[in-house]
Design a protein around this ligand. Structure first.
Ligand code: FAD
Length: 476
């Protein structure tokens, strides 16, 4: 009798333990992606997951099968499908977010009770969230200690190949209308995300091409260039990891192979440790399911956030008057991504200079990022705001001008995303408000008109931020 594979955020054929195990039963296989409102995100990430499901449908189509994409509550839909198709066993790769975990726990219990076997497998991370614990059996709170312990577990498991052959099961009559063979276009991209589709070609093959290009051309400069938004210094793999078009284990193994060819240990280790941060984020969400909404350091519950709505809008629209901040926010809007260094700068600016609750920024990012990830977004926002575990301390306030001069020295990144600044000389592009009347005429640039004046004065805003923190109970 047929077996069923449920796809969720693992839209790939290779290194897919659930699909692999289902094929190994020798039984005909049904493939389904249940579009359950409870776990379907809105915004750009919703669009991206739809694209990824469509790409998987296409890949299955080439092998003579289909992807079923019924809508509804996972429990009800899967029970109905299992009954109609007389499914004997259901396979899926584990989820670790609170909603996914809860749905899967109930689903497993219900199916088992009804005599349908269930296997949940490990696919998303290098190591399961509970695999790395302190000597006292507690989750780690410091990344470096956690990473050392994770490395002591040895190399992560080897990725599995795509199944050589998939013997597809007949689709039950009632589900035929849910067969999909190409891209699912819902939800649509926000209208102003004009460049997202061209930035992110969506398929498993694309993910591997991007990985190979990165290993060949970029990894050798990773440690220095990863902080430079004006260079192609990072892999660009986060959206592909988010939708599971590629796995962390596949990236790990390919990086190790590249290292064996080049002997470049330093850059490889730096890159692999970033995959470590990804696991660390998911470990945190597993143990702290409230991480996206609750300060992990409770003294911040008393923080006197100003939450000025006009300042927040200026931030979202890239009109703060600080060129690097504005470039980042406009890049995010147009493409669905933002360079990591710039994410840190805009997050520090929002929370500290504008004294706006990090949760507002976290939500804005979540709706706009093509790699929007519940664990990594929340962990990084809490890191930037100083409210998280192993976070950057509150008093570390990035100066958006200093960061701009250091990491985008010629202003190439700013010029790309803030065209009204494109004609300014390198020296002035970081501080356009300093342009005097003579230069203004010469450059045809009027501070405050061509481009906004800064919405806050940095020194003063910094002093208020430090004072607000000093008054918190329990802050050192
Ligand atoms: P690379 O430098 O090539 O890194 C390879 C992989 O390592 C990434 O794809 C990612 O999976 C992981 N990684 C890299 N940096 C981090 C990090 N700081 N934390 C955890 N994992 C990391 N990343 C997301 O994937 N989704 C998010 O929603 C997200 N929100 C963020 C919000 C803020 C405020 C900040 C400061 C960072 C956020 N990040 C998020 C982390 C990071 O910015 C992105 O992972 C990175 O920019 C992706 O680019 P890349 O794939 O080229 O990275």
């Amino acid at each position: 009798s047929p077996v069923l594979v449920l796809f969720r955020d693992d839209f790939r054929l290779s290194d897919n333990p659930a699909l692999h195990a289902a094929c190994a039963t020798g039984q005909p296989v049904l493939c389904a992606y249940v579009q359950d409102e409870a776990c379907l995100p809105k915004g750009v990430i919703g669009w991206w997951l739809g694209q990824a499901a469509g790409a998987l449908a296409e890949a299955l189509g080439k092998r003579g099968g289909t992807l079923l994409t019924p809508q509804g509550e996972t429990l009800a839909v899967v029970q109905e499908l299992a009954k109609d198709a007389r499914v004997s066993e259901v396979f899926w790769n584990r989820r670790y977010d609170p909603v996914g975990k809860e749905i899967d726990t109930i689903l497993k219990a219900t199916l088992t009770e009804q005599g349908v076997a269930v296997q949940s497998l490990s696919a998303r991370l290098l190591h399961e969230p509970w695999a790395v614990r302190t000597g006292a059996g507690q989750p780690y709170r410091i990344f470096t200690a956690w990473w050392r312990a994770a490395r002591e577990l040895g190399e992560p498991g080897r990725p599995l190949p795509a199944p050589q052959q998939i013997q597809f099961a007949a689709v039950p009559e009632a589900f035929k209308k849910h067969e999909v063979s190409t891209a699912l276009l819902k939800p649509a991209l926000p209208e102003d995300a004009t460049q997202a589709a061209q930035y992110w070609p969506c398929s498993e093959e694309n993910a591997h091409t991007i990985l190979e290009d990165f290993l060949d051309d970029t990894l050798a400069h990773y440690e220095t260039d990863r902080d430079r938004p004006d260079r192609e210094g990072t892999s660009g793999l986060s959206p592909y990891l988010r939708a599971g078009l590629i796995s962390a284990r596949q990236i790990w193994q390919a990086a190790r192979k590249a290292e064996a060819r080049s002997g470049d240990h330093v850059n490889t280790e730096k890159f692999l440790s970033e995959l470590g941060w990804r696991d660390f984020g998911w470990m945190q969400l597993f143990y702290e399911p409230q991480m996206p909404t609750r300060n992990l350091r409770s003294e911040f519950d008393q923080m006197p956030w100003q939450n000025d709505p006009e300042a927040f809008t200026a931030w979202t629209e890239g009109r703060t008057g600080y060129p690097l901040v504005d470039a980042g926010m406009r890049e995010l809007r147009a493409t669905g991504t933002m360079h990591n260094r710039v994410r840190m700068v805009v997050a520090s600016f929002l929370t500290k200079h504008l004294l706006t609750d990090w949760r507002k920024g976290e939500r804005w990012f979540y709706e706009r990022l093509v790699d929007a990830d519940p664990a990594l977004n929340a962990m990084n926002w809490q890191w930037c705001a100083g409210t998280g575990i192993d976070a950057s301390p509150w008093f570390r306030i990035f100066n958006p001008v200093g960061q701009s001069e250091k990491f985008d020295p010629s202003g190439a990144y700013i010029r790309t995303w803030v065209p009204e600044l494109a004609g300014l000389p390198d020296k002035l592009i970081h501080t356009p408000w300093k342009i005097n009347a003579t230069l203004s005429r010469h450059l045809r640039f009027v501070p405050g008109t061509t481009y906004p004046h800064p919405i806050v004065e940095l020194k003063q805003a910094r002093a208020i931020a430090l004072e607000s923190y000093k008054n918190l109970k329990g802050s050192e």
